[in-house]
Design a protein around this ligand. Structure first.
Ligand code: SF4
Length: 246
């Protein structure tokens, strides 16, 4: 079979070159990589692997060559942009949301000498619906697969790490009214709302996990892996995979 010759002067070829140049131009200036946390974060501690949280906490260098690509960084940035938009939608609907304390600092918690902390997305203090104000508001921008799983199975069953984050905020901020979890489907822009009842036992379990990560880090011990298989799906996307399994 003979291959068609490429016409390097054709408009199609020249357009393709320009498109490639556009991708290169954007990829050369990706959104900034988020600063690494020198603490155990409420958003991370409910995840599937305590050891990866520990590596982050200890500031262990990520695997050589590992970095978020420009596309992933844009996805992170999209999460922040969607959160702002979603908060505005609620404001437009008559809810009052706050993000900062009177001293201007973010609303959240910081315990264990700042080694375990987190900041809420917003607190809703009033609104046109009969909810138990003030309450925690947590937003996630999700693709269809994750969004549908939460809608069908509920937050605690589908994404326990997000639920743990909410329970921690409720506990440490002493806002134990049902929280409002909102997920926006970034494919369809559908919204899922869920009122999250405070679960004291799960908040305590997440807090205990954080304490264990901090204590083992001080003692020079590593937290257990969640799997014996380096091909486990979580490990495949982990910044410490080589270090962990070598
Ligand atoms: S490679 Fe797997 S077990 Fe090791 S830290 Fe990462 S997620 Fe955890």
């Amino acid at each position: 079979m003979t291959r068609a010759a490429i016409d390097f002067n054709s408009p199609e070829y020249l357009d393709a070159v320009k498109v490639m140049a556009l991708h290169r131009a954007l990829d050369a200036v990706p959104p900034p990589q988020e600063k690494r946390r020198e603490y155990v974060g409420a958003s991370a501690i409910g995840g599937p692997c305590e050891r990866s949280v520990q590596y982050e906490f200890l500031g262990v260098p990520r695997d050589e060559g590992w970095r978020h690509d420009a596309k992933t960084l844009r996805i992170f940035q999209r999460g922040h942009m969607m959160e702002s938009a979603a908060a505005q939608w609620l404001c437009d609907a008559g809810f009052r949301l706050i993000q900062s304390k009177r001293d201007g600092g973010p609303i959240g918690f910081s315990v264990a000498d700042g080694q375990f902390k987190g900041h809420v997305d917003r607190v809703i203090i009033s609104g046109p619906i009969n909810l138990q104000y003030p309450l925690i508001w947590e937003h996630k921008a999700l693709g269809s697969k994750s969004w549908t799983a939460i809608r069908n199975r509920g937050l605690a069953a589908a994404k326990p790490e997000y639920a743990a984050q909410v329970y921690l905020y409720q506990a440490y901020c002493e806002l134990t009214a049902p929280a409002l979890f909102q997920a926006t489907n970034t494919d369809t822009m559908e919204i899922h709302f869920e009122l999250v009842e405070f679960d004291k036992a799960k908040a305590q379990a997440a807090s205990d996990r954080a304490a264990a990560v901090i204590a083992d880090s001080k003692a020079g011990a590593m937290r257990p892996r969640p799997t014996d298989d380096p091909e486990f799906y979580v490990c495949k996307n982990c910044a410490f995979r080589q270090r962990c399994w070598q």
